[in-house]
Design a protein around this ligand. Structure first.
Ligand code: MN
Length: 285
């Protein structure tokens, strides 16, 4: 029989200042990472390792053909940071493997300029950095914020106050709680100022409906230039999802793990007699 786990109370800590690795995919000088780091400062020692350029939508990409170039830079408020030539996942690897003198207690990624909801999480560099923490056995939080009034990216206005303060409350809890399977917490804030928030909800991933189309933007010699992405997205109106929480001006928190195996699919496939499929392949005895 499995022992009943102690569930820590809100505000629980691991009994000492935390070592926190802050990273992102928008780049070391993006406003969201500055806001997130400032929100974490009071919890312990905060290290910043982030890409030198915007690496959004790179998912779990890693740098394998080139050396990783690390530069020591200052954030806008003078706090030291490592700017690296690699991806968000490279940042977490660098931190865990010794760049900051030992692995962090928790990885916090963001705050991303724009939401990472539903199927978006598989494209997201913000979420990938947090998932890398999980791969290494380190609790992790991904933080994303909708622009005020909706939309995403540079040129929009963001208020990171609520989502970063919330992540700072969540970080000690993520370290103290022992989930049977390692999870990351995917936190998304709706595009309202803190006073406009209707609350916070634990949610499941919803389904995006992408309205992308293939647009030929021009030609250059024998090359054609296409654009696919950038149309506004819609989504299934399912209650309980991260997408519907944001619709309702709720801050959304979704626990995610890395086990992509579909156990129900395994059950169904048991009827297929996979072994005899192989036996029917020419040349296999
Ligand atoms: Mn991004």
């Amino acid at each position: 029989m499995q022992a009943v786990r102690d569930v820590p109370a809100p505000g629980a800590t691991i009994g000492r200042p935390l070592r926190i690795l802050v990273t992102n995919d928008d780049g070391v000088h993006a406003p969201g990472i500055l806001a997130l780091r400032k929100a974490m400062d009071h919890l312990g020692e905060v290290f910043v390792i982030a890409p030198g350029t915007n690496r959004s939508a790179i998912a779990r990409g890693i740098t394998i053909h080139d050396p990783l170039v690390v530069d020591e830079v200052e954030m806008a408020d003078g706090h030291p940071a490592y700017s690296i030539s690699g991806t968000p996942v490279d940042c977490v690897r660098l931190g865990a493997l010794g760049l900051i003198g030992g692995p962090p207690d928790v990885v916090v990624s963001g705050a991303n300029l724009g939401l990472n909801l539903g199927d978006d999480v598989t494209y997201s560099g913000t979420v990938a950095a947090a998932l890398e923490g999980v791969m290494l056995g380190i609790p992790a939080i991904a933080v994303s914020q909708d622009a005020l009034g909706g939309g995403s990216g540079p040129g929009h206005e963001y208020d990171f106050a609520a989502v970063t303060a919330f992540a700072a409350r969540l970080a000690p809890l993520a370290c103290a709680e022992r989930f049977p399977r390692h999870v990351i917490f995917n936190v998304n804030g709706p595009g309202v100022p803190p006073g406009g928030l209707a609350g916070a909800r634990v949610t499941r991933l919803g389904r995006r409906v992408y309205d992308d189309s293939l647009v030929l933007e021009g030609t250059e010699g024998s090359s054609r230039h296409f654009r696919i992405y950038g149309e506004p997205m819609s989504h299934d109106m399912q209650p309980g999802t991260d997408l519907s929480a944001i619709d309702d001006n709720l801050l959304s928190v979704t626990p995610l793990h890395f086990d992509l195996t579909d156990l129900e699919g395994m059950d169904r496939m048991a009827r297929w007699e996979i072994d005899s499929l192989l036996a029917s392949v020419a040349g296999v005895s």
